[in-house]
Design a protein around this ligand. Structure first.
Ligand SMILES: CC(=O)SCCNC(=O)CCNC(=O)[C@H](O)C(C)(C)COP(=O)(O)OP(=O)(O)OC[C@H]1O[C@@H](n2cnc3c(N)ncnc32)[C@H](O)[C@@H]1OP(=O)(O)O
Ligand SMILES: CC(C)C(=O)C(=O)O
Length: 802
């Protein structure tokens, strides 16, 4: 059947009340009403499968836990289950002293009696009786006149009075009487008042405080807009006699979807109390939702006197008992209500949080309240025990702001705006291609992959070690650089070891600052010619203060010849995080370079043969051979020393030397990993003791120039000074350490320590000081240091004491 073109032929409009002086439109909320949960009665009677006693008990406990003080627990005359449930609550002492249970009964003597029996012995009970009063019910359901309708209510109110008094006398139960002119909103307003006046008279003992009678005015079926309900309530409150002896209770249903508005306007119009259900369960479209109402007050800064700080738990309990879901878009409680998918919402939320953080810092300092004001979020999810995790979810409707927010939440990275735009394109591409929502994991992984961020996402280049040193330079106006922290009077030198496609390369460069020095090194050794167009950094907000604080750096690189063009067609972003700010910047540069070279371009390879006639091989090539072949990352001055050795050796021949030849030459020169026994000093054993916090003592068995073994000892502020002190007991002159360096080789249980010592020897009678490098490895760092000293001693022409 089609919908009617003229619905007035079928449906009547509501009849407005003539209330010219209505006050409710200009009233505002100041306090919470009294709440009554009727989940276990009106909610329960609307379920496909009414709740079991166990479910009702669980629900009752949750409602109590949330702070509801009046709970309609049953329609006890309806079923043995309901009756037994009420008895169980009382007999098992489930009802806190400050909670009133309420029970509903029709105006029938036998059922009233059974209802009162159900609450006998409870400390407090609200006896709730109803009969319908509207014309349709009078005519159709009860076939009653107005007078008979009043008589029904009056007669049974008197029965309630008599039976409750008997119960009080016998069991001490304290009663409040609640009467509902059912279908109030469809009843002639004056007739509803007439019935209630008659009921009040029949009850005969309405007083103040706990003696007040409750008149519950249900919109049993919501048939008019909420302003009409408000008019009806204000009209009732104005006209009923002894208003102070009455609690005006509202019982809105939600047939038009305006149950919440009806309840709120009804309170402005004079309602003291609201009956409803959690998440709006109840007959047809449900009763008004108490959670929604309470949280509406809360977001106006008014204490609702209900606690939903673990809202998900409440949802879980209620849905398990009702077997009804809470819809995803349901106010406050729906799964998606704190989630933004769309770009402009996400952007505003992100900006809102940033601005609020700063505003709250200022308010805190001034002792002012930390007022919540975030676009699109009327309530702080944290107040309801919700995390911020689901706040922003990314799909094809999302923008850069939301993605940046998630990265900040999850990786603590606050990307510069231009990098946000660049990464947004990465995410959009995946999201479009896969036509699905991008989870937080998807996004963080995409970020890690795009910028080679994290150990599992290494790019073709990775920094093994580096040293930045400073030397003065002549000032030149062209030296200005985009890098922060640059000092025009000084040149920075980068010396480092970088893994390039798995092969270690020793590279060097110089520039105005660490980053330009690294770029120079990449240009010189790997033909990678980039310039910095943008650089920014921040400390990671959540890191602990002090030692553990980390810095995040962001770099945008462009091809070097595009450096001054702000519109360079191509650019690559990189990110680096480290406890050391210089290192975080260097990592960021390598991250951007890795992105740039992810096109698979070829990089100059380490040569298999080094040539020296044409000076084609440099110190770095020799050092690269050693780090790749032996794992040794020679300190810069050691590189220089060994380079001379290699050059000399190569030039003795045809000017070339193979990689294997270089490696063997190193081993022979420094007696590294060779079986050859030392010529000068041989250490047979040693032991290191701690004298105190600062001093160490080394004792051991040594032979000198193949002689008998001698036990010697010495002390110093560390193992190396101790071994020198011990040697000085036998060797004339002075041995001193000019340079020392150590690093680890390998990882985990396979790790060994490598130590390098530059030893200087002075002895009376010799004009020149001698010096030699020693290198050694050992699983024990102390042993590797001591052995490196001895290797160096063995390369020196030492003189024994007499
Ligand atoms: C708006 C509301 O939510 S009201 C509450 C509704 N909740 C329930 O009905 C749940 C519990 N109800 C029940 O278990 C049953 O209906 C009972 C036990 C109350 C009564 O059961 P029955 O005696 O079998 O009657 P039935 O369910 O058919 O009820 C209708 C009868 O009660 C009468 N009636 C309806 N409401 C009332 C009332 N408030 N006071 C007195 N009589 C009433 C009807 O006029 C009808 O009478 P009739 O049999 O003379 O025509
Ligand atoms: C019993 C009454 C209050 C009722 O549930 C209603 O009218 O909706």
């Amino acid at each position: 059947m089609p919908m009617l073109s003229e619905p007035s032929q079928k449906y009547r409009p509501y009849t407005p009340i003539n209330l010219p002086n209505r006050q409710w439109p200009s009233k505002t909320f100041s306090k919470a009403p009294v709440w009554l949960s009727t989940d276990l009665r009106d909610g329960n009677q609307a379920l496909v499968n009414p709740m079991t006693i166990e479910q009702k008990t669980t629900f009752f406990r949750e409602v109590v836990k949330c702070g509801v003080k009046q709970i309609e627990v049953a329609y006890p005359s309806a079923s043995d289950t309901d009756f037994a449930f009420v008895r169980g609550l009382i007999e098992k002492n489930e009802i806190p002293d400050d909670v009133w249970i309420q029970v509903l009964t029709p105006a029938r003597e036998d059922l009233i009696k059974r209802t009162i029996d159900s609450v006998a012995g409870a400390k407090h009970a609200i006896l709730h009786m109803y009969n319908a009063t509207s014309p349709t019910f009078r005519n159709v359901v009860f076939r009653n006149s107005k007078e008979q309708t009043i008589d029904l209510a009056v007669k049974h109110t008197k029965i309630v009075r008599q039976l409750t008094e008997e119960c009080t006398n016998k069991y001490g139960t304290k009663f409040i009487y609640e009467y509902s002119p059912e279908t109030f909103t469809q009843t002639e307003p004056d007739f509803a008042i007439e019935v209630c006046e008659a009921v009040k008279t029949a009850w005969g003992k309405a007083g103040l405080g706990e003696e007040r009678i409750i008149f519950n005015l249900p919109s049993t079926v919501e048939i008019a807009p909420p302003n009409h309900y408000a008019d009806q309530i204000e009209n009732f409150c104005n006209k009923i006699s002894e208003r102070e002896k009455i609690i005006v209770s509202l019982h809105p249903h939600n047939d038009r979807g305006t149950g919440i508005a009806s309840a709120e306007l009804g309170v402005l119009a004079g309602g003291d109390r609201i009956e409803g259900c959690f998440f709006g369960n109840g007959e047809r479209t449900g009763n008004v939702d108490l959670v929604n109402l309470a949280l509406n007050l809360y977001t106006q800064g008014i204490p609702p006197n209900l606690d939903f700080s673990d809202l998900q738990n409440t949802i879980d309990i209620v849905t398990a008992c009702n077997d009804l879901p809470v819809p995803a878009r349901y106010p406050y409680a729906g799964e998606l209500v704190f989630t933004a998918f769309s770009g402009s919402h996400q952007d505003a939320i992100k900006k809102g949080f940033e601005a609020q953080r700063l505003r709250h810092q200022e308010c805190k300092a001034k002792g002012e309240p930390l007022i919540w004001d975030i676009p699109y979020l009327p309530i702080d999810p944290a107040d309801l025990g919700q995390t911020y995790e689901a706040l922003i979810r990314v799909n094809s409707q999302s923008g850069k702001g939301g993605i940046a927010y998630l990265l900040k939440q999850n990786l603590h990275l606050d990307l510069p705006r231009k990098m946000q735009v660049a990464f947004y394109q990465v995410v959009q591409e995946v999201s479009d291609r896969e036509a699905r929502e991008m989870t937080v994991d998807d996004i963080t992984q995409a970020f890690r992959r795009a910028y080679h961020y994290g150990p599992a996402y290494k790019g073709r280049l990775s920094l093994r070690n580096f040293k930045i040193s400073t030397s003065d330079k002549k000032k030149s106006p062209s030296d200005a650089d985009a890098e922060s922290g640059e000092d025009d009077d000084e040149t920075r030198r980068f010396d480092g070891t970088v893994s390039v496609d798995g092969v270690y390369r020793v590279i060097r460069g110089q520039g105005n600052g660490p980053l330009s020095a690294l770029l120079d090194a990449l240009r010189t050794h790997l033909n990678l010619d980039f310039a910095i167009r943008d650089y920014s950094e921040h400390t990671i907000a959540d890191a602990d203060e002090g030692e553990n604080a980390r810095a995040a750096s962001y770099v945008e690189l462009v091809p070097a010849n595009d450096r001054k063009t702000t519109s360079a067609s191509q650019s690559w972003w990189g990110v680096g995080v480290d406890t050391d700010i210089a290192r975080s910047g260097l990592r960021a540069v390598l991250s951007a370079v890795n992105t740039a070279i992810s096109d698979g371009r070829e990089l100059p390879e380490l040569k298999l043969t080094l040539g020296f006639h044409s000076k084609s091989s440099g110190q770095e090539d020799v050092a690269s051979v050693i780090v790749n072949q032996l794992g040794l990352e020679l300190p810069r001055r050691f590189q220089t020393a060994f380079f001379e050795v290699v050059q000399r050796k190569a030039l003795e021949g045809d000017g070339e030397i193979s990689v294997d030849g270089v490696t063997q030459l190193f081993k022979d020169t420094y007696n590294y990993q060779n079986e050859k026994p030392p010529t000068n000093v041989c250490m047979e054993s040693f032991k290191l003791d701690h004298l105190d916090d600062k001093r160490r003592a080394l004792s051991g068995s040594f032979t000198f120039f193949g002689g008998a073994s001698r036990s010697i000892s010495g002390s110093g502020n560390g193992p190396l000074s101790s071994v020198l002190a011990a040697l000085h007991t036998q060797i004339a002159g002075t041995l001193s350490i000019r340079d020392y360096w150590e690093h680890s080789i390998g990882e985990g249980s396979e790790v060994t320590a490598a130590s390098y010592v530059d030893l200087v020897y002075e002895v009376e009678g010799r004009k020149t000081k001698l010096s030699a490098w020693g290198v050694a490895t050992d699983t024990d760092i102390t042993a590797s240091g001591v052995k490196a000293v001895l290797n160096a001693v063995n390369d020196l022409d030492i003189v024994m004491k007499d």
